[in-house]
Design a protein around this ligand. Structure first.
Ligand SMILES: [Zn+2]
Length: 445
């Protein structure tokens, strides 16, 4: 009899467990734009603690689960950020330049759209202008990624359940939102959005919905920013605002948050290794914040990947079997800034060079740079800056043994990172569209 009662009890407990569905998971999806395998490998060397004999693992090492192919759907092999972002946002391959439209130019829904339709809170935080290709593919639809004004308009004009799609927008891009023909910031404020235009005021954002546009276009590069960990800081703010516990007086809603370390790609296009590594540091810091959040909020799916690699970065170049991270660590500014400062200091350029790079040049290299700087024709300003920039980069690459093969993108597979209970779902080799398809399975009514 006792056994029978126990049996009934466990049956009813079981039924109760089935009847109460698990709360819907939060989803955090992050893109390291242009972050090919060489970038995470170089970053491991860059962040190494030289006081210890071992090479410390990175947060990328801890979360690595798979690889993804990235080719676009236009008979090419190498994708741009728009086609790759559309694939990652919606699970549909498209042509280079396309934002949220398929090969037939028809609009396709993103995972952010789907999350929104299911009542999730939504947010984006990026270091480029917020209407740049990667975030745009989650929110807007355009045949050309360069339709910046139209894409910004759609952030306000496209509605789901009567409201703009995104509750929290953080990044750069004021010039696209405050224009002569339209002031989208005013229009967002009229809809109840809190607005901030200074990164220092992140803490002043106390509730959703909110819009933060912290620079005219892209934010300052990490290497030259007053806050080099700006994506990490925006992510902390986003998690604070989106976290269900913070949604007082409402039933807890799950959230979808899209993050992008946007400028790894820009440094890659510029073939600027010090610039790229400082952006990687911000990406790594952001992933550590997410890791701590997932540890406290295990009902959260975190996936990160890259849209493609950029620059054909190699660790070691020109027959050198080495890579000198310390050379990269000592560079204090991006190459164009170093070039401008050298040109401005004229005959004193050697002191400036030491301060900004600590690289000891050979005599013939000093002479070559000296000729560029002291004989510069100032009427030809930007040409001279770009010539000196190229020279600066050549020396940083030579002394660090960094290689580049292109100023554009490359088509090799990219890594997939995941953390939390379901990280196994993203194991192995797949296409970039599979990442989106797998993530969308977690979006539930
Ligand atoms: Zn790019």
């Amino acid at each position: 009899m006792q056994k029978f009662i126990l049996g009934l009890l466990s049956l009813s407990l079981c039924a109760a467990a089935i009847a109460a569905p698990a709360p819907r998971p939060n989803i955090i999806f992050m893109v390291g734009d242009g972050m090919g395998v060489a970038y995470t490998g170089a970053y491991r060397l860059y962040q190494d603690n030289i006081a210890t004999p071992e090479l410390e693992k990175t947060v990328f090492d801890e979360m690595l689960v798979g690889m993804a192919s990235t080719y676009p759907d236009d008979h090419g092999v190498v994708t741009d950020s728009a086609a790759a972002a559309t694939a990652l946002a919606s699970g549909v391959k498209t042509f280079n330049g396309a934002i949220g439209v398929n090969s037939q130019h028809s609009p396709i829904p993103s995972m952010l759209d789907k999350a929104r339709e299911l009542g999730y809170l939504t947010g984006i935080a990026v270091t480029c202008q917020v209407n740049h290709a990667t975030p745009a593919a989650f929110i807007a639809h355009a045949d050309s990624r360069h339709s910046y004004d139209s894409i910004a308009d759609q952030y306000l004009d496209l509605r789901i359940n009567g409201k703009p799609k995104v509750d929290l927008i953080l990044g750069g891009g004021r010039e696209y939102f405050i224009r002569k023909d339209r002031n989208l910031v005013k229009e967002f404020e009229a809809l109840g959005y809190h607005y901030q235009d200074d990164l220092k005021n992140l803490a002043k954002i106390k509730k959703l919905p909110a819009l933060g546009l912290f620079s005219k276009a892209g934010m300052d590069p990490a290497l030259e920013s007053s806050n080099p960990l700006r994506l990490a800081e925006m992510t902390e703010t986003a998690l604070r605002l989106l976290q269900p516990e913070m949604q007082k007086n409402t039933t807890a809603k799950p959230f979808f948050l899209m993050l992008e370390a946007s400028q790894i790609d820009w440094c890659g296009h510029a073939n600027d290794i010090a610039c790229a590594m400082s952006e990687m540091r911000d990406m790594a810091a952001t992933m550590k914040i997410i890791k701590a959040f997932v540890d406290k909020n295990p009902n959260t799916i975190f996936v990160a990947t890259a849209d493609h690699s950029t620059g054909g970065l190699s660790i070691g170049a020109k027959g050198q079997y080495q890579w000198n991270a310390s050379v990269v660590r000592n560079v204090k500014a991006t190459a164009p800034t170093i070039a401008r400062k050298l040109l401005a200091s004229k005959n004193n350029w050697k002191t400036e060079w030491q301060t900004l790079t600590q690289i000891k040049l050979a005599d013939d290299e000093q002479k070559a740079l000296d000729a560029f700087i002291t004989q510069a024709d100032e009427s030809n300003g930007e040409v001279i800056v770009s010539q000196v920039t190229a020279q600066v980069l050549a020396y940083i690459d030579k002394y660090s043994s960094t290689g580049w093969t292109t100023k554009g993108h490359t088509g090799e597979d990219v890594q997939i990172f995941s953390y939390g209970n379901d990280h196994g779902s993203f194991n192995g080799a797949m296409d970039n569209t599979d990442i989106a398809k797998k993530l969308m399975v977690y979006l539930k009514p």
